[in-house]
Design a protein around this ligand. Structure first.
Ligand code: AMP
Ligand code: FE
Ligand code: FE
Ligand code: ZN
Length: 284
């Protein structure tokens, strides 16, 4: 069984539609894929419709942007109830703040003579509900010929320490862990030690997340080196929580390839066991 528990579609910053992600998962020889778009469950229905045709089982998930004292943390939530009022309200708040934040980033760039507009950014969105983020601004810069690709746009203008960087509303990770559990879902901290994206949190923060109900740590991820993977395993063992592995696929938006890291069937079985939302892993 090959299981990849972290992938994005065009409903956030992936470049492929949800059904295409499932077809590509089949082609990559995966048995199970989790669709985990940033701050939205909007791609679930299309992905679910592709389960039969592709033969790939689907874990419906989200990746919640969180913030702890200005440090960005991503929390994966699996099999949450998509109708849960508290979680839905939090995600809507975050998406609304992302839109305002994008306007501020674009205005700051325009003020410096970088000719990019909100219309350029919106032209990069797949649907009106797509979670808007810096990758779409990167794509807009590429479309204008102002950057060769997403990576270069991030390295040059969009990284966390850039003068154009603006933060957006994001819940505290302990709050987010509780929200996912209250929505019947299973929370896993994504790439906990991926330092090249920006600052990462101390183990004490992860310990407080574990006390709030964190299920596991995504130890196997391409943004971790061997030492960081080992540390994630050791910390998970200390805290009595699980480890996962995944690709964090973004289509052509990143080098990450589907199935490049995987999660054990035992851990997936525990995730299913702990989910109390009534949302099941959809099998062909
Ligand atoms: P945002 O959530 O809008 O602040 O944007 C963060 C997202 O940008 C992350 O989810 C990543 O998928 C993406 N990202 C971060 N760094 C890079 C990079 N160097 N190249 C492409 N995408 C990136
Ligand atoms: Fe992303
Ligand atoms: Fe992430
Ligand atoms: Zn991700």
């Amino acid at each position: 069984m090959r299981i990849d528990l972290h992938a994005h579609s065009t409903r956030s910053d992936g470049t492929e539609a949800p059904a295409v992600v499932l077809a590509q998962a089949a082609a990559a020889g995966l048995d199970v894929i989790a669709l985990t778009d940033h701050d939205t469950t909007d791609g679930w229905a299309e992905a679910a419709d592709a389960v039969e045709a592709t033969g790939v089982a689907l874990v419906r998930g989200i990746e919640i942007s969180c913030s702890h004292r200005g440090i960005s943390i991503h929390l994966l939530g699996y099999l949450t109830d998509p109708a849960n009022a508290a979680l839905t309200a939090e995600l809507e708040h975050a998406r609304a703040s992302r839109a305002t934040r994008m306007e501020r980033m674009v205005a700051a760039m325009a003020a410096d003579g970088i000719p990019v507009t909100m219309d350029d950014v919106r032209a990069q969105l797949d649907t009106a509900d797509t979670t808007i983020g810096r990758p779409h601004l990167a794509d807009a810069l590429v479309a204008r010929g102002l950057a060769p690709d997403r990576d270069a746009a991030f390295a040059d203008l969009l990284h966390n320490r850039s003068r154009y960087y603006v933060s957006h509303y994001a819940p505290d990770p302990v709050t987010a862990v509780r929200l996912v559990r209250a929505a019947g879902g299973v929370p896993v901290m994504a790439h906990p030690f991926a330092g090249k994206r920006g600052r990462t949190v101390d183990d004490a923060v992860i310990e407080s997340m574990a006390r709030a109900g964190l299920f596991g740590l995504e130890a196997d991820h391409r943004d971790h080196d061997e030492e960081q993977r080992q540390h994630a395993r050791a910390l998970a063992a200390d805290l009595g929580i699980e480890v996962t592995g995944s690709s964090d696929y973004h289509g052509t938006g990143k080098l990450n390839r589907l199935g490049e890291r995987t999660t054990s069937p035992d851990v997936l079985a525990l995730i299913e066991e702990q989910a109390s939302s009534g949302i099941r892993v959809l099998r062909p």
